[in-house]
Each structure stands twice: as structure tokens, then as C-alpha cells.
Design a protein around this ligand. Sequence first.
Ligand SMILES: [Zn+2]
Length: 229
Amino acid sequence: MFVGHYGVAFAVRSERNQIPLWVLFVAVQLLDFLWAPFVLLGIEKVRMVPGITATNSLDLYYMPYTHSLVGALIWSGTAFFIYKLVRGAKTSNTAALIVAFAVFSHWVLDLIVHRPDLAIYDDVLKIGFGLWNHRGLEFGFEIAILVGGILIYLKRNSSIARKAGIVAFGVVLILIQVWNTFAGRRPTSDRTFAITALIFYTLFAGIAFLLEKRSKLATGRVRPIVEPD
Ligand SMILES: [Zn+2]
């Protein structure tokens, strides 16, 4: 699962909860944001086995800290507290819960597409429904979540001025997924894969930040004060 995760980020953002889109972009990929440095440090392991699934060659044989069910729940809880702490009085428990849910959604979506490489706890009881073995279906699934999420975002955030920017970003994400699923050169090493993932995830979160910043500038954050006569 790659761009599909962002469908959740778009879908849960609303004018009411005021969670910045870039925060949700980090949240839905938090497990992978942690996984990449863990792989680079040798704490978690992946190796490339061509043909292991129809979509990619990832043999994710050891990732108990980021991608076990228990691990995912702990990181989701941590995200709840960090969000509360950083946003302070400006935020509600509901908003922090939504951030935690966004973090956990990563595991649920990974569960659908991964081979049985997601442990329940530590490195045991591994599950995964293996949609990666059905390239077209998996692609359709990712795009459906992403497009659905963007449509919900546009509906729930109607004051966002830069609708065209969001739509263009969505198109770019779809094209990246097309390239990733059908045309991309397969990474040859675990390190290349981890570094590439980090770069893309950071870039996407940065774009999400800029899009909403530009929107706020365009609409004006502060409502004009009408002077009484
Ligand atoms: Zn993942």
C-alpha cells in the first residue's frame, strides 16, 4: 500500500477538527516513517526476493516494532498523546483520537495488501491477505481509497480555496502509483527502498503543508472585523 494510505488522511480532515493535512499525511505513514530508519539501522529487516508477490519483491521478514498489531497500537496511542501535547488547549480529545486512528489505519490497509508478514505481536502469528498478488485489483483498491478520500476532503473543507491544487496533487499521486505498480524499476536493496520511501513520504507531507498554507493565505485566516457604526 502506497498512495492509498493518503485517502484516509484526506477523508478524516475537516474544518471542525482542524487537523492540518500534513499532520495526517505523516500520521497515515507513521509506521513506515519509523520503519525506514529502523531498516537503515538494521533493527528491522527486509530483503528483495523477485517474484515474491505480483506487485513487488518485498520480503518484509522482520518488523516487530513498527508493523506488528501490538506495535501499531502502541504507536497510535503515542501519536494521540504527542498530538495532544503539541497542540495543547487548541485541540480536543476527538481530534487526537482521529490522529491516532489515522496512524492505525496504516496497519489495517497494510493487512489487506501485504503477504502474511504482519505479526500480531513481536515476530509471531503473521497475517496478511495478500492483495499484492493481484496487481490490477491492488492498484484499483489504492486509487479508489485515494479518490474517495479526496472527494470527502473537498466536501468537508469547502472553504479551502485551492481546490485545483488538491485535485492536481491527487492526479500526481495517482500517476506515481501507476509508475510504482506498473512501470517502476524495482529497488535492488533494502537501503535504497527505505531511503526512497522516506524521501517520497516527506515530500508528500511537505506538499500537503504548502497546499493548505496557500489556501489559508488565499481565504484569509482572520475574518475581517466589521466596525459598528
Ligand atoms: Zn507499512
